[in-house]
Design a protein around this ligand. Structure first.
Ligand code: NAD
Length: 474
Protein backbone atom coordinates (compact mmCIF):
# COMPACT_ATOMS: atom_id res chain seq x y z
CA UNK A 1 0.00 0.00 0.00
CA UNK A 2 1.46 3.39 -1.03
CA UNK A 3 1.51 5.73 1.97
CA UNK A 4 -0.80 8.73 1.86
CA UNK A 5 0.96 11.82 3.20
CA UNK A 6 -1.15 14.75 1.95
CA UNK A 7 -3.96 16.59 3.67
CA UNK A 8 -7.44 15.44 2.62
CA UNK A 9 -9.84 18.31 2.01
CA UNK A 10 -13.11 18.32 0.07
CA UNK A 11 -12.37 14.94 -1.49
CA UNK A 12 -8.89 15.95 -2.72
CA UNK A 13 -5.39 15.11 -1.53
CA UNK A 14 -3.69 18.48 -1.14
CA UNK A 15 -0.36 19.94 -0.06
CA UNK A 16 0.15 22.15 2.97
CA UNK A 17 2.72 24.83 3.74
CA UNK A 18 5.65 22.53 4.52
CA UNK A 19 6.37 18.96 5.51
CA UNK A 20 7.47 17.25 8.73
CA UNK A 21 8.89 13.75 9.04
CA UNK A 22 7.12 10.77 10.56
CA UNK A 23 9.68 8.50 12.20
CA UNK A 24 9.86 4.82 13.02
CA UNK A 25 10.60 4.95 16.77
CA UNK A 26 12.32 1.57 16.75
CA UNK A 27 15.30 2.99 14.81
CA UNK A 28 14.50 6.70 14.35
CA UNK A 29 14.45 6.34 10.54
CA UNK A 30 12.14 8.62 8.53
CA UNK A 31 9.16 6.73 7.10
CA UNK A 32 7.50 9.62 5.29
CA UNK A 33 7.24 13.38 5.06
CA UNK A 34 3.70 14.55 5.75
CA UNK A 35 2.03 17.82 4.78
CA UNK A 36 1.42 20.36 7.53
CA UNK A 37 -1.84 22.36 7.57
CA UNK A 38 -1.87 26.08 8.24
CA UNK A 39 -4.81 28.47 8.69
CA UNK A 40 -5.60 28.27 4.97
CA UNK A 41 -6.01 24.48 4.93
CA UNK A 42 -7.83 24.32 8.28
CA UNK A 43 -10.30 26.94 7.05
CA UNK A 44 -10.71 25.03 3.78
CA UNK A 45 -11.45 21.84 5.74
CA UNK A 46 -14.15 23.61 7.77
CA UNK A 47 -15.57 25.13 4.54
CA UNK A 48 -15.73 21.69 2.94
CA UNK A 49 -17.34 20.00 5.95
CA UNK A 50 -19.87 22.81 6.30
CA UNK A 51 -20.78 22.69 2.59
CA UNK A 52 -21.17 18.92 2.62
CA UNK A 53 -23.26 18.76 5.80
CA UNK A 54 -26.81 19.56 4.56
CA UNK A 55 -26.73 16.94 1.78
CA UNK A 56 -25.00 14.32 3.89
CA UNK A 57 -27.40 14.79 6.83
CA UNK A 58 -30.29 14.16 4.41
CA UNK A 59 -28.96 10.87 3.05
CA UNK A 60 -30.77 7.70 4.04
CA UNK A 61 -29.29 5.92 7.09
CA UNK A 62 -28.93 2.78 4.94
CA UNK A 63 -26.83 4.72 2.40
CA UNK A 64 -24.43 5.86 5.11
CA UNK A 65 -24.45 2.41 6.70
CA UNK A 66 -23.41 0.74 3.47
CA UNK A 67 -20.40 3.00 3.02
CA UNK A 68 -19.29 2.16 6.57
CA UNK A 69 -19.89 -1.54 5.95
CA UNK A 70 -17.85 -1.43 2.75
CA UNK A 71 -15.02 0.38 4.55
CA UNK A 72 -15.12 -2.32 7.25
CA UNK A 73 -14.74 -5.01 4.61
CA UNK A 74 -11.81 -3.26 2.93
CA UNK A 75 -10.07 -2.77 6.28
CA UNK A 76 -10.42 -6.47 7.06
CA UNK A 77 -9.14 -7.44 3.60
CA UNK A 78 -6.16 -5.10 3.96
CA UNK A 79 -5.55 -5.65 7.68
CA UNK A 80 -1.98 -6.85 7.24
CA UNK A 81 -0.76 -3.82 5.31
CA UNK A 82 -2.64 -1.44 7.64
CA UNK A 83 -1.05 -3.16 10.65
CA UNK A 84 2.35 -2.64 9.08
CA UNK A 85 1.70 1.13 8.89
CA UNK A 86 0.54 1.22 12.53
CA UNK A 87 3.56 -0.71 13.71
CA UNK A 88 5.99 1.43 11.72
CA UNK A 89 4.77 4.82 12.86
CA UNK A 90 3.81 3.87 16.41
CA UNK A 91 6.46 1.29 17.33
CA UNK A 92 4.04 -1.33 18.68
CA UNK A 93 4.57 -4.99 17.78
CA UNK A 94 2.84 -6.34 14.69
CA UNK A 95 0.47 -8.59 16.66
CA UNK A 96 -0.78 -5.59 18.67
CA UNK A 97 -1.06 -3.56 15.46
CA UNK A 98 -3.09 -6.28 13.75
CA UNK A 99 -5.32 -6.57 16.82
CA UNK A 100 -5.86 -2.82 16.68
CA UNK A 101 -6.86 -2.88 13.00
CA UNK A 102 -9.45 -5.61 13.63
CA UNK A 103 -10.79 -3.65 16.62
CA UNK A 104 -10.80 -0.42 14.58
CA UNK A 105 -12.63 -1.97 11.62
CA UNK A 106 -15.27 -3.30 13.99
CA UNK A 107 -16.33 0.28 14.83
CA UNK A 108 -17.29 0.77 11.17
CA UNK A 109 -19.30 -2.45 11.20
CA UNK A 110 -20.93 -1.74 14.57
CA UNK A 111 -22.01 1.79 13.58
CA UNK A 112 -23.18 0.64 10.15
CA UNK A 113 -25.58 -1.58 12.11
CA UNK A 114 -26.46 1.03 14.72
CA UNK A 115 -27.36 3.92 12.47
CA UNK A 116 -30.33 2.13 10.93
CA UNK A 117 -31.76 1.49 14.42
CA UNK A 118 -31.68 4.91 16.13
CA UNK A 119 -35.00 5.15 17.92
CA UNK A 120 -37.24 8.13 18.52
CA UNK A 121 -40.37 8.37 20.63
CA UNK A 122 -44.04 9.15 20.07
CA UNK A 123 -46.43 9.32 23.01
CA UNK A 124 -49.37 11.07 24.59
CA UNK A 125 -48.44 13.69 27.20
CA UNK A 126 -49.52 12.77 30.78
CA UNK A 127 -52.24 15.45 30.72
CA UNK A 128 -53.42 14.27 27.32
CA UNK A 129 -53.16 17.78 25.81
CA UNK A 130 -50.66 16.93 23.06
CA UNK A 131 -48.40 14.34 21.52
CA UNK A 132 -44.72 14.21 22.47
CA UNK A 133 -42.48 13.41 19.53
CA UNK A 134 -38.78 12.92 20.17
CA UNK A 135 -36.29 12.62 17.34
CA UNK A 136 -32.50 12.72 16.98
CA UNK A 137 -30.65 14.85 14.46
CA UNK A 138 -26.97 15.12 13.52
CA UNK A 139 -25.19 17.90 15.43
CA UNK A 140 -23.29 19.28 12.44
CA UNK A 141 -19.64 19.83 11.64
CA UNK A 142 -17.55 17.93 14.19
CA UNK A 143 -13.89 18.28 15.02
CA UNK A 144 -12.28 14.92 15.88
CA UNK A 145 -8.89 14.88 17.62
CA UNK A 146 -7.05 11.61 18.21
CA UNK A 147 -3.88 10.50 20.06
CA UNK A 148 -0.90 8.46 18.88
CA UNK A 149 -1.38 5.32 20.95
CA UNK A 150 -4.20 3.76 18.90
CA UNK A 151 -3.95 5.61 15.56
CA UNK A 152 -6.55 3.37 13.87
CA UNK A 153 -8.92 2.54 16.72
CA UNK A 154 -9.32 6.08 17.99
CA UNK A 155 -9.99 7.38 14.46
CA UNK A 156 -12.70 4.83 13.55
CA UNK A 157 -14.31 5.06 17.01
CA UNK A 158 -15.07 8.69 16.15
CA UNK A 159 -15.45 8.70 12.36
CA UNK A 160 -17.86 5.71 12.41
CA UNK A 161 -20.54 7.21 14.65
CA UNK A 162 -20.00 10.76 13.38
CA UNK A 163 -20.60 10.09 9.70
CA UNK A 164 -23.10 7.35 10.53
CA UNK A 165 -25.14 9.95 12.43
CA UNK A 166 -25.00 12.31 9.45
CA UNK A 167 -22.33 14.71 10.70
CA UNK A 168 -19.42 15.84 8.58
CA UNK A 169 -15.98 15.96 10.17
CA UNK A 170 -12.49 17.37 10.32
CA UNK A 171 -10.09 14.79 11.71
CA UNK A 172 -6.85 15.91 13.34
CA UNK A 173 -4.70 12.87 14.05
CA UNK A 174 -1.63 12.99 16.29
CA UNK A 175 1.37 14.37 14.42
CA UNK A 176 3.45 11.33 15.45
CA UNK A 177 1.03 8.86 13.79
CA UNK A 178 -0.96 10.45 10.94
CA UNK A 179 -0.24 7.77 8.30
CA UNK A 180 -2.74 5.24 9.63
CA UNK A 181 -5.57 7.78 9.73
CA UNK A 182 -4.79 8.88 6.17
CA UNK A 183 -4.82 5.23 5.02
CA UNK A 184 -8.24 4.72 6.65
CA UNK A 185 -9.65 7.84 5.04
CA UNK A 186 -8.40 6.62 1.68
CA UNK A 187 -10.36 3.41 2.34
CA UNK A 188 -13.50 5.45 3.08
CA UNK A 189 -12.94 7.27 -0.21
CA UNK A 190 -12.77 3.90 -2.01
CA UNK A 191 -15.92 2.82 -0.17
CA UNK A 192 -17.78 5.69 -1.86
CA UNK A 193 -17.76 8.47 0.75
CA UNK A 194 -18.83 11.74 -0.90
CA UNK A 195 -16.40 14.66 -0.89
CA UNK A 196 -16.29 16.95 2.12
CA UNK A 197 -17.80 14.45 4.58
CA UNK A 198 -14.40 13.57 6.07
CA UNK A 199 -11.47 15.99 5.92
CA UNK A 200 -8.05 15.49 7.49
CA UNK A 201 -5.62 18.18 8.60
CA UNK A 202 -2.28 17.89 10.38
CA UNK A 203 -1.33 21.26 11.90
CA UNK A 204 1.70 21.44 14.16
CA UNK A 205 1.78 22.81 16.77
CA UNK A 206 -1.83 21.72 17.16
CA UNK A 207 -3.01 24.32 19.70
CA UNK A 208 -3.47 27.49 17.59
CA UNK A 209 -5.18 25.75 14.65
CA UNK A 210 -7.48 23.69 16.89
CA UNK A 211 -8.40 26.86 18.76
CA UNK A 212 -9.13 28.60 15.45
CA UNK A 213 -11.44 25.78 14.34
CA UNK A 214 -13.20 25.66 17.72
CA UNK A 215 -13.94 29.37 17.39
CA UNK A 216 -15.30 29.00 13.87
CA UNK A 217 -19.10 29.44 14.17
CA UNK A 218 -19.66 26.56 11.74
CA UNK A 219 -18.04 23.95 14.04
CA UNK A 220 -20.66 22.53 16.42
CA UNK A 221 -19.03 19.60 18.15
CA UNK A 222 -15.68 18.45 19.54
CA UNK A 223 -14.75 14.82 20.10
CA UNK A 224 -11.34 14.55 21.73
CA UNK A 225 -9.23 11.60 22.85
CA UNK A 226 -5.96 12.36 24.57
CA UNK A 227 -4.49 13.50 27.84
CA UNK A 228 -6.54 15.07 30.63
CA UNK A 229 -4.18 18.04 30.55
CA UNK A 230 -4.98 18.90 26.90
CA UNK A 231 -8.64 17.93 27.41
CA UNK A 232 -8.98 20.59 30.12
CA UNK A 233 -7.53 23.25 27.77
CA UNK A 234 -9.94 22.26 25.00
CA UNK A 235 -12.98 22.26 27.31
CA UNK A 236 -12.12 25.86 28.19
CA UNK A 237 -11.73 26.76 24.50
CA UNK A 238 -14.99 25.03 23.61
CA UNK A 239 -16.84 26.91 26.36
CA UNK A 240 -16.47 30.18 24.43
CA UNK A 241 -19.05 28.96 21.93
CA UNK A 242 -20.68 26.33 24.20
CA UNK A 243 -19.77 23.53 21.80
CA UNK A 244 -20.88 19.99 22.62
CA UNK A 245 -17.84 18.01 23.85
CA UNK A 246 -16.98 14.33 24.17
CA UNK A 247 -13.80 13.78 26.13
CA UNK A 248 -11.92 10.47 26.34
CA UNK A 249 -9.03 11.36 28.60
CA UNK A 250 -6.28 9.80 30.66
CA UNK A 251 -6.50 6.83 32.97
CA UNK A 252 -4.54 5.35 35.86
CA UNK A 253 -6.21 1.99 36.20
CA UNK A 254 -6.11 0.01 39.45
CA UNK A 255 -5.75 -3.76 39.12
CA UNK A 256 -7.09 -5.34 42.30
CA UNK A 257 -6.27 -8.96 43.16
CA UNK A 258 -8.36 -10.16 46.12
CA UNK A 259 -7.04 -12.90 48.42
CA UNK A 260 -9.29 -15.61 46.92
CA UNK A 261 -8.20 -14.94 43.31
CA UNK A 262 -6.63 -17.63 41.14
CA UNK A 263 -3.05 -16.30 41.09
CA UNK A 264 -2.09 -17.78 37.71
CA UNK A 265 -5.22 -16.38 36.05
CA UNK A 266 -4.61 -12.97 37.64
CA UNK A 267 -1.00 -12.94 36.39
CA UNK A 268 -2.21 -13.89 32.91
CA UNK A 269 -4.84 -11.13 33.03
CA UNK A 270 -2.34 -8.55 34.22
CA UNK A 271 0.07 -9.42 31.43
CA UNK A 272 -2.69 -8.35 29.02
CA UNK A 273 -4.02 -5.42 31.05
CA UNK A 274 -0.51 -4.02 31.49
CA UNK A 275 1.27 -5.05 28.32
CA UNK A 276 -1.30 -4.72 25.52
CA UNK A 277 0.09 -1.96 23.32
CA UNK A 278 3.35 -2.02 25.30
CA UNK A 279 1.59 -0.39 28.24
CA UNK A 280 0.72 2.70 26.16
CA UNK A 281 -3.02 2.47 26.67
CA UNK A 282 -5.46 4.60 28.63
CA UNK A 283 -6.80 1.26 29.88
CA UNK A 284 -3.38 -0.02 31.00
CA UNK A 285 -3.22 -1.37 34.55
CA UNK A 286 -0.96 1.08 36.35
CA UNK A 287 -1.55 0.53 40.06
CA UNK A 288 -1.42 -3.12 41.01
CA UNK A 289 -3.05 -3.81 44.38
CA UNK A 290 -2.53 -7.37 45.64
CA UNK A 291 -3.84 -8.95 48.87
CA UNK A 292 -0.96 -9.49 51.31
CA UNK A 293 -1.70 -13.22 51.64
CA UNK A 294 -0.87 -13.92 47.98
CA UNK A 295 1.42 -10.98 47.19
CA UNK A 296 4.73 -12.83 47.29
CA UNK A 297 3.58 -15.66 44.98
CA UNK A 298 1.87 -13.17 42.65
CA UNK A 299 4.87 -10.82 42.42
CA UNK A 300 7.33 -13.67 41.74
CA UNK A 301 5.18 -15.17 38.97
CA UNK A 302 4.35 -11.80 37.40
CA UNK A 303 7.97 -10.57 37.44
CA UNK A 304 9.05 -13.83 35.81
CA UNK A 305 6.45 -13.49 33.04
CA UNK A 306 7.49 -9.86 32.44
CA UNK A 307 11.22 -10.69 32.34
CA UNK A 308 10.59 -13.35 29.69
CA UNK A 309 9.03 -10.92 27.19
CA UNK A 310 11.08 -10.34 24.07
CA UNK A 311 11.70 -6.63 23.47
CA UNK A 312 12.55 -5.92 19.81
CA UNK A 313 11.55 -3.70 16.86
CA UNK A 314 7.83 -4.19 16.31
CA UNK A 315 8.05 -6.05 13.00
CA UNK A 316 10.78 -8.48 14.04
CA UNK A 317 9.45 -12.05 14.27
CA UNK A 318 8.73 -12.99 17.87
CA UNK A 319 8.78 -9.39 19.16
CA UNK A 320 6.43 -9.02 22.15
CA UNK A 321 7.29 -5.49 23.29
CA UNK A 322 8.10 -2.80 20.74
CA UNK A 323 9.39 0.75 21.08
CA UNK A 324 7.56 3.63 22.70
CA UNK A 325 6.34 6.23 20.17
CA UNK A 326 9.33 8.52 20.70
CA UNK A 327 12.42 8.99 22.83
CA UNK A 328 10.58 11.82 24.61
CA UNK A 329 7.81 9.43 25.71
CA UNK A 330 10.37 6.75 26.60
CA UNK A 331 12.31 9.22 28.76
CA UNK A 332 9.13 10.17 30.64
CA UNK A 333 8.75 6.50 31.61
CA UNK A 334 12.41 6.26 32.67
CA UNK A 335 12.10 9.43 34.80
CA UNK A 336 9.01 8.10 36.59
CA UNK A 337 10.80 4.84 37.42
CA UNK A 338 13.94 6.66 38.67
CA UNK A 339 11.84 8.89 40.93
CA UNK A 340 9.94 5.85 42.20
CA UNK A 341 13.18 4.03 43.05
CA UNK A 342 14.52 7.14 44.81
CA UNK A 343 11.26 7.12 46.77
CA UNK A 344 11.93 3.57 48.01
CA UNK A 345 10.60 1.28 45.24
CA UNK A 346 12.21 -2.16 44.96
CA UNK A 347 12.94 -3.23 41.37
CA UNK A 348 11.70 -6.82 40.85
CA UNK A 349 12.71 -6.86 37.17
CA UNK A 350 13.70 -4.36 34.47
CA UNK A 351 14.24 -0.69 35.25
CA UNK A 352 17.43 -0.31 33.19
CA UNK A 353 17.52 1.63 29.92
CA UNK A 354 18.82 -0.60 27.12
CA UNK A 355 21.80 0.34 24.97
CA UNK A 356 21.38 1.03 21.29
CA UNK A 357 19.00 2.91 19.03
CA UNK A 358 15.24 3.13 19.35
CA UNK A 359 12.82 4.34 22.01
CA UNK A 360 12.82 1.12 24.04
CA UNK A 361 12.02 0.66 27.72
CA UNK A 362 12.12 -2.83 29.28
CA UNK A 363 9.28 -4.64 31.09
CA UNK A 364 9.59 -3.43 34.67
CA UNK A 365 8.00 -4.56 37.93
CA UNK A 366 8.35 -2.54 41.12
CA UNK A 367 7.25 -3.25 44.68
CA UNK A 368 6.22 0.08 46.15
CA UNK A 369 4.65 1.61 49.25
CA UNK A 370 1.08 2.99 49.09
CA UNK A 371 2.32 6.57 48.88
CA UNK A 372 5.01 6.08 46.21
CA UNK A 373 4.93 8.98 43.72
CA UNK A 374 4.64 6.72 40.65
CA UNK A 375 1.08 5.75 41.66
CA UNK A 376 -0.08 9.32 41.04
CA UNK A 377 0.95 9.28 37.36
CA UNK A 378 -0.34 7.60 34.25
CA UNK A 379 2.75 5.58 33.24
CA UNK A 380 2.38 5.15 29.49
CA UNK A 381 4.70 2.17 29.23
CA UNK A 382 5.64 -1.32 30.45
CA UNK A 383 5.96 -0.50 34.15
CA UNK A 384 3.90 -2.16 36.89
CA UNK A 385 4.14 -0.92 40.50
CA UNK A 386 2.75 -3.44 43.02
CA UNK A 387 1.25 -2.42 46.37
CA UNK A 388 -0.11 -4.83 49.00
CA UNK A 389 -3.33 -4.43 51.01
CA UNK A 390 -5.00 -6.08 54.01
CA UNK A 391 -8.76 -5.95 53.33
CA UNK A 392 -11.29 -5.42 50.52
CA UNK A 393 -12.20 -2.06 52.09
CA UNK A 394 -8.59 -0.94 51.94
CA UNK A 395 -8.29 -2.10 48.31
CA UNK A 396 -11.37 -0.04 47.36
CA UNK A 397 -10.00 3.01 49.16
CA UNK A 398 -6.64 2.71 47.38
CA UNK A 399 -8.28 2.11 43.99
CA UNK A 400 -10.41 5.25 44.44
CA UNK A 401 -7.46 7.37 45.52
CA UNK A 402 -7.03 8.95 42.06
CA UNK A 403 -8.38 11.85 40.01
CA UNK A 404 -8.84 9.37 37.16
CA UNK A 405 -11.69 6.88 36.82
CA UNK A 406 -11.54 5.25 33.42
CA UNK A 407 -11.26 1.52 34.03
CA UNK A 408 -10.49 -0.85 36.92
CA UNK A 409 -9.73 -4.56 37.09
CA UNK A 410 -10.87 -6.90 39.85
CA UNK A 411 -9.81 -10.52 40.30
CA UNK A 412 -11.62 -12.76 42.77
CA UNK A 413 -12.72 -16.39 43.06
CA UNK A 414 -16.19 -15.27 44.11
CA UNK A 415 -18.30 -13.36 41.60
CA UNK A 416 -20.54 -11.68 44.19
CA UNK A 417 -17.50 -10.35 46.05
CA UNK A 418 -15.94 -9.10 42.79
CA UNK A 419 -19.18 -7.33 41.86
CA UNK A 420 -19.44 -5.70 45.31
CA UNK A 421 -15.90 -4.35 44.94
CA UNK A 422 -16.57 -3.28 41.32
CA UNK A 423 -19.62 -1.31 42.37
CA UNK A 424 -17.62 0.51 45.04
CA UNK A 425 -14.84 1.58 42.66
CA UNK A 426 -15.47 4.89 40.92
CA UNK A 427 -14.66 4.18 37.28
CA UNK A 428 -16.61 4.15 34.02
CA UNK A 429 -15.64 0.54 33.30
CA UNK A 430 -14.67 -2.48 35.41
CA UNK A 431 -13.16 -5.73 34.15
CA UNK A 432 -13.87 -8.75 36.35
CA UNK A 433 -11.44 -11.66 35.97
CA UNK A 434 -10.41 -10.36 32.52
CA UNK A 435 -7.42 -8.38 31.28
CA UNK A 436 -9.23 -6.63 28.43
CA UNK A 437 -12.88 -5.59 27.94
CA UNK A 438 -12.74 -2.94 25.17
CA UNK A 439 -15.45 -3.82 22.67
CA UNK A 440 -17.05 -1.64 19.99
CA UNK A 441 -20.43 -2.97 21.15
CA UNK A 442 -19.93 -1.68 24.73
CA UNK A 443 -19.89 1.89 26.10
CA UNK A 444 -16.27 3.01 26.57
CA UNK A 445 -15.52 6.00 28.77
CA UNK A 446 -14.50 7.34 32.13
CA UNK A 447 -15.67 9.01 35.32
CA UNK A 448 -13.95 11.82 37.21
CA UNK A 449 -11.12 13.44 35.19
CA UNK A 450 -11.02 10.55 32.70
CA UNK A 451 -13.66 12.14 30.56
CA UNK A 452 -17.18 13.04 29.52
CA UNK A 453 -19.45 10.85 27.40
CA UNK A 454 -19.13 7.32 26.04
CA UNK A 455 -17.86 5.93 22.74
CA UNK A 456 -19.07 2.69 21.17
CA UNK A 457 -22.06 0.66 22.32
CA UNK A 458 -25.56 2.11 22.01
CA UNK A 459 -24.38 5.44 23.46
CA UNK A 460 -21.66 6.17 20.88
CA UNK A 461 -23.96 7.34 18.11
CA UNK A 462 -25.66 9.80 20.48
CA UNK A 463 -22.39 11.69 20.94
CA UNK A 464 -23.05 12.98 17.41
CA UNK A 465 -26.83 13.39 17.59
CA UNK A 466 -28.91 16.00 19.34
CA UNK A 467 -32.32 15.32 20.74
CA UNK A 468 -35.26 17.30 19.40
CA UNK A 469 -38.67 17.36 21.07
CA UNK A 470 -41.66 18.31 18.94
CA UNK A 471 -44.92 18.97 20.81
CA UNK A 472 -47.99 18.39 18.61
CA UNK A 473 -51.44 19.84 19.25
CA UNK A 474 -54.02 17.16 18.79
P1 NAD B 1 -2.18 14.45 23.93
O1 NAD B 1 -3.26 15.02 24.81
O2 NAD B 1 -0.83 15.01 24.05
O3 NAD B 1 -2.60 14.58 22.39
C1 NAD B 1 -3.83 14.13 21.90
C2 NAD B 1 -4.17 14.90 20.65
O4 NAD B 1 -4.34 16.28 20.97
C3 NAD B 1 -3.10 14.84 19.56
O5 NAD B 1 -3.73 14.84 18.30
C4 NAD B 1 -2.35 16.14 19.76
O6 NAD B 1 -1.71 16.61 18.60
C5 NAD B 1 -3.47 17.08 20.17
N1 NAD B 1 -3.04 18.21 20.98
C6 NAD B 1 -1.97 18.30 21.80
N2 NAD B 1 -1.93 19.52 22.36
C7 NAD B 1 -2.99 20.21 21.91
C8 NAD B 1 -3.49 21.52 22.14
N3 NAD B 1 -2.90 22.36 22.98
N4 NAD B 1 -4.61 21.89 21.51
C9 NAD B 1 -5.23 21.03 20.68
N5 NAD B 1 -4.82 19.79 20.41
C10 NAD B 1 -3.70 19.37 21.02
O7 NAD B 1 -2.21 12.86 24.19
P2 NAD B 1 -1.27 11.74 23.56
O8 NAD B 1 0.05 11.83 24.22
O9 NAD B 1 -1.35 11.77 22.07
O10 NAD B 1 -2.04 10.43 24.01
C11 NAD B 1 -1.90 9.87 25.25
C12 NAD B 1 -3.05 10.25 26.17
O11 NAD B 1 -4.29 9.90 25.56
C13 NAD B 1 -3.01 9.49 27.47
O12 NAD B 1 -3.29 10.36 28.54
C14 NAD B 1 -4.12 8.45 27.30
O13 NAD B 1 -4.67 7.97 28.51
C15 NAD B 1 -5.10 9.21 26.49
N6 NAD B 1 -6.01 8.27 25.81
C16 NAD B 1 -7.28 8.16 26.27
C17 NAD B 1 -8.14 7.26 25.67
C18 NAD B 1 -9.56 7.12 26.15
O14 NAD B 1 -10.34 6.55 25.41
N7 NAD B 1 -9.91 7.61 27.34
C19 NAD B 1 -7.71 6.49 24.60
C20 NAD B 1 -6.40 6.63 24.15
C21 NAD B 1 -5.55 7.54 24.77
Amino acid sequence: MALKTDLYIDGKWVKGSKTVPVRDPSDDSVIAEIQVATEKECDAAVDAAYRAFPEWAKTAPRFRAEILRKAFEIMIAEADSLAEIVSRENGKVLSDAKGEILYAAEFFRWFSEEIVRVQGDFRKSPSGDKRIVVTHQPIGVSLLITPWNFPAGMATRKIGPAIGAGCTVILKPAIETPLTALAIVEILERAGLPKGVVNVVMPTPAGPMVSRMLHDPRVMNLSFTGSTEVGRVLLKEASDRVIRCSMELGGNAPFVVLDDANVDEAVKGLMIAKMRNGGAACTAANRIYVAKKIASEFTTKFAKAMSELRMAPGREPGAQLGASVSKKERDKIADLVSASVKGGAKVETGGVLPEGPGAFYPPTVLSVAKDNEILKHEVFGPVAPIVTFDSDEEAIKLANDSDFGLISYVYSGELGRAIRVSEAIDSGMVAINRGVISDPAAPFGGNKQSGLGREGGFDGIHEFLQTKYIGVEI
